[in-house]
Design a protein around this ligand. Sequence first.
Ligand SMILES: [Zn+2]
Length: 239
Amino acid sequence: MLGGMEVLVRPDPALWLFLPPRRRRARFAVPYDGEASLGHVVRAIGVPPTEIGPPVVDGRPCGTGRRLADGSVVDLAPPDRPQPLPDGARFLLDVHLGSLARRLRLLGVDTAYDTHAEDAELVERAGRERRVLLTQDRGLLMRRALWAGAYVRGHGADAQQADVLDRFAPPLAPWTRCTACNGELVDVPKEEVVGLLEPGTRRCYDRFVRCRSCGRVYWRGAHGRGLDAIVEDAVRAVR
Ligand SMILES: [Zn+2]
């Protein structure tokens, strides 16, 4: 502690979930050493840098690299929605978001997902493939090497899907991606797949698509019931 300096933080209530209970309030003071950058202060109170819009210090927009003055007032708010994406709507989901990954693929959003990736691999891959890392792990979002990321709000795939669509409003192209591997689906003549089909399917369906990457064949009836409703809700949400 150098001379008891401090700064006053005023977090938007939408950021309170990242704060310890004693700091879930309109304003609180934090000790400041006179050296640390604004970005460091934000991390130190527990807010991932991906989860704030441009900070405002003493009423003026301020880069996160800047140092603060004793007694500065720091206003923090989430990014505007929809948040522009740095390089198109391409996502990488962490290992706990498998249901959300399948949902986004169903909607045609380019979504990489691997059940076994370690944290460091996720961060590296996000940068290499220019994907926004979606996670509920704040520690991942705190990593300095992370190219782009976002905290997914909500429990369960419905709420998480709604949050991602609301935050990024990605262009949707339902029924164009393989939910198993994210590959592109292309039309395939019935003759080519007829040998793979159960007799009932052979009788009832005429239009088929196949995944370019893994070869999986889909027809509308192959999707569980309720997926049409998911797609309709999503399309309505981003309209
Ligand atoms: Zn596939």
